[in-house]
Design a protein around this ligand. Structure first.
Ligand code: KG4
Ligand code: ZN
Length: 333
């Protein structure tokens, strides 16, 4: 089955061509213009998507050696995300659908992140999926890339958002995850600052909270002179990164303990690029098979959307793309 994926939910414009889970093209344009604003500016994101989407479509066709009429299905992210940004991808997909008479399906962005593992691995279902990105931190029990049962989520900031906010206050540009990881790797001591991470036991489920951690780093940094802050940056980055990773491991551990079965674990989303997180999660669950997409498939891309849409379509799901930009929209395929 030849599938086109389209992703424009935030600051990556992407068009992909996937045939039977094999990526033939995965064109991605990252909008670096937002760096100077310290975060994504929605109106600018929409305008950048408009400028790039046709070019990425053309180059995806060229790279994959396909023609517009060859496709069996168009998959487009239609929720959640920035409303104006989603609208560009949805309009482009609907234009192709109308002109070429090709079936189209709306895909939830998180279903895409989870399906990214299936582009490289044969993950036996059911499995526990941790989605850690700039917009989400959620735990799902996944059956057949079709049924998603939410086990926990952040009650405030997402893990990637915490990386970006802490990065901003330490002087790194947006998005800061990769810079924090690099700076943390320069720390050679073992005197970790024990920044507090909330353990949300009071709620039902395995929820996360990262806004208190961000505030703790802020107060710690504010007490230092600028030269001392510069000197301590690797230690602060290391300690912050350990705190985030430990909190993710804590909730995965609780969810697995309650399931009482050695389910596989999939860790997906932009923060899953982090090598410390990959190492620590793998070491923490030696009796579970842990899957990570390769870094290029962890961050936003259209191949994951094509894969998720193809799996839903194969299960008989037919959903015209709608407009449900709210970040609270539940994942129901
Ligand atoms: O999945 P993604 O591309 O976009 C969303 O759907 O949000 O994730 C982007 C997030 C950003 O917050 C970025 O700082 C974070 O992923 N990120 C990382 C790393 N690479 C990207 N966080 C920690 N360590 C990394 N190496
Ligand atoms: Zn994403």
């Amino acid at each position: 089955m030849l599938v086109m994926g389209i992703e424009t939910s935030c600051d990556e414009t992407s068009v992909a061509v996937v045939r039977d889970s094999v990526i033939l093209a995965n064109e991605i344009y990252t909008q670096e213009i937002h760096t100077s604003f310290g975060g994504v500016v929605p109106e600018i994101a929409s305008r950048e998507h408009i400028k790039k989407i046709s070019l990425l479509y053309e180059s995806a066709l060229e790279k994959s050696g396909t023609k517009p009429h060859d496709f069996d299905l168009i998959c487009v992210t239609d929720r959640p995300g920035l409303a104006g940004a989603l609208l560009i991808g949805i309009s482009f997909g609907l234009g192709l659908h109308t002109a070429l008479h090709i079936d189209i399906i709306g895909v939830h962005h998180l279903a895409g992140h989870i399906a990214a593992v299936a582009l490289e691995w044969d993950v036996p279902a059911p499995f526990l999926a941790l989605v850690v990105s700039g917009g989400h931190t959620s735990l799902y029990m996944v059956r057949d890339f079709y049924e998603y049962s939410l086990r926990g989520q952040t009650i405030d900031d997402a893990a990637g958002e915490a990386f970006d906010k802490v990065g901003k206050l330490l002087g790194f540009s947006y998005p800061a995850g990769r810079d924090i990881e690099r700076c943390a790797s320069e720390y050679e001591g073992d005197d970790r600052i024990h920044f507090p991470v909330a353990k949300i036991d009071a709620y039902e489920g395995y929820n996360f909270s990262f806004s208190g951690l961000k505030t703790a780093v802020k107060y710690y940094a504010e007490k230092l002179s600028s030269s001392e802050l510069e000197k301590q940056k690797p230690r602060i980055c290391y300690s912050f990164q350990e705190a985030v990773v430990d909190s993710l491991i804590y909730n995965i551990g609780r969810a697995l303990a309650d399931e009482k079965s050695a389910f596989p674990i999939a860790v997906v989303g932009g923060v899953a690029c982090n090598t410390r997180l990959r190492k620590k999660i793998t070491e923490s669950f030696p009796h579970h098979h842990v899957f990570f997409p390769s870094p290029k498939l962890c961050t936003d891309n259209a191949a994951m959307i094509a894969q998720a849409g193809m799996k839903l379509y194969a299960r008989g799901v037919r959903r015209m793309p709608g407009m449900e930009p709210t970040s609270k929209i539940s994942l129901k395929g």
